[in-house]
Design a protein around this ligand. Structure first.
Ligand code: FMN
Length: 157
């Protein structure tokens, strides 16, 4: 068994995930979006989801303190958006990519699914903070998901 941190990252990358944009409309910074793959379902009743943010993020406080946020799930042909909103300093949600969601959060146009959330809890998680959201509303459509596996983008087809 290894305890090497590089091996740990590699082993974690063996878990295939989808890719999402977490979005928020910050009163000072305006609409923001960040690429994440830590999204997960938590509870059906009440409807809860979570994601985790690295504590070194420039926008840590924005996401831990916001009342509402959005989760937009990316389709297979939205990989460029994933790269764009993962760039440090590149988190301004561009108007051509988003409409305004029901709680004022940016909602990605043509996303596979969108969840409008109220912040329910924030838990410490090592070098991340775990943000739990109560889902206030959602929508979804049929399309191929963007898959992240072993450090690269894949699609199911
Ligand atoms: C596929 C992918 C998944 C990511 N998942 C997360 C995540 O779950 N949590 C997180 O904090 N950052 C994640 N990131 C990194 C952020 O998108 C972003 O690069 C990072 O927050 C940059 O730091 P900043 O917030 O200071 O600009 C991911 C990046 C990529 C490309």
């Amino acid at each position: 068994m290894s305890q090497d941190s590089g091996d740990f990252r590699q082993a974690l990358g063996r878990f295939a995930t989808g890719v999402c944009l977490v979005t928020v409309n910050d009163p000072e910074l305006g609409p923001l979006a960040t690429t994440v793959n830590s999204f997960s379902s938590v509870s059906l009743d009440p409807p809860l989801v979570l994601w985790s943010i690295q504590s070194s993020s420039d926008h840590l406080g924005v996401y831990t303190d916001c009342e509402h946020f959005g989760i937009s799930v990316l389709t297979a042909n939205q990989a460029t958006l994933s790269g764009h909103y993962a760039e440090r300093g590149g988190h301004n949600a561009l108007p051509e990519h988003f409409v305004v969601g029901s709680a004022g959060e940016p909602k990605l146009i043509d996303s596979l699914a969108h969840f409008c959330c109220a912040t329910h809890a924030v838990h410490p998680g090592g070098d991340h903070q775990i943000i739990v959201g109560k889902v206030l509303g959602f929508e979804s459509m049929e399309a191929d998901p963007l898959v992240f596996y072993s450090g690269g983008y894949r699609s199911l087809s």
